[in-house]
Design a binder for this molecule. Structure first.
Ligand code: IPE
Ligand code: IPE
Ligand code: MG
Length: 248
């Protein structure tokens, strides 16, 4: 990795960093259009900033970074675009896995790997397996991920346990459900960033974002770099998180 290192600006309090940042990396298509390029090149440009963003999160001590790479609804795009996205996912893992492992990053895939083409399924499973014991940043990549599908899966897993006599209906509480999500064991999402100015969740982390702070920077994803990430963290630190209670 040859990315420039950015220290944390003084205006950010290192004691109050979001533990878990989730990012909807949106705007690659508009970036391509703006630059009169094919959409696939927009997606490629949208992988070039990933390295610096991941590295910075790891350097400043964020515990978990979750990136929305491909939704269950993105299969509705043209075959050409889906193929390009699938190829980029493969390229990303091939080119970054050594460095990520070296940086003690643990990779977790959120979503249905079995619904992916075999080379992608294998590369993702291998990356998870190889980094499973790493103790640094948890890098969670949502691929073939949908928040509703994740909740349905959790309900099915719990129902199976009840059917098999391994738990009672009464034992199902918020923690039991959270433990059946792909994000099991990760801290709650503190900061949700969606680039490109769109303001919706698009089926991302529906359960996990209950008390997340949402920030919607205007930059298209390929134009989003570490200074923009720091601006989002600064905005997060300006928010008052009340969790339904009243500020003193
Ligand atoms: C986000 O960029 C990347 C994926 C959905 C994989 P888009 O391709 O959605 O970009 P826009 O929204 O068309 O600009
Ligand atoms: C969400 O963006 C999915 C990813 C960024 C991977 P989309 O661009 O697919 O979402 P919509 O269609 O605008 O809601
Ligand atoms: Mg989009």
């Amino acid at each position: 990795m040859s990315a420039i290192r950015y220290p944390l600006p003084e205006s950010i309090d290192p004691q109050r960093l979001p533990q878990h940042i989730a990012v909807i990396m949106d705007g690659n298509g508009r970036w391509a259009k703006k630059n009169k390029l094919k959409v696939a090149l927009g997606h490629r440009a949208g992988t070039e900033n990933l390295r610096e963003i991941i590295r910075n999160c790891s350097d400043i001590g964020v515990k978990a970074l979750t990136l929305y790479a491909f939704s269950t609804e993105n299969w509705n795009r043209s075959k050409t675009e889906v193929d390009a996205l699938m190829q980029l996912i493969l390229d990303f893992f091939h080119s970054e896995i050594d460095e990520l492992d070296e940086k003690n990053v643990r990779i977790l895939i959120l979503g249905d790997k079995d619904g992916l083409p075999e080379p992608q399924r294998q590369a993702l499973a291998q990356a998870e397996h190889r980094t499973a014991d790493n103790t640094g940043l948890s890098l969670n990549i949502a691929v073939n991920y949908g928040g509703r599908a994740e909740l349905v899966r959790a309900a099915q897993l719990l129902a199976q346990e009840v059917r098999d006599g391994r738990r009672t209906v009464e034992s199902i509480d918020e923690q039991a459900l959270a433990d059946k999500l792909y994000t099991c064991g990760l801290p709650e999402v503190d900061l949700l960033i969606r680039t490109s100015g769109e303001m919706r969740l698009s089926n991302f982390l529906l359960y996990q974002c209950s008390y997340a702070e949402f920030v919607f920077p205007p930059e298209l994803w390929p134009d989003f770099h570490v200074p923009q990430l720091h601006a989002c963290i600064k905005e997060f630190q300006r928010r008052s998180r009340r969790y339904g209670a009243r500020d003193e």
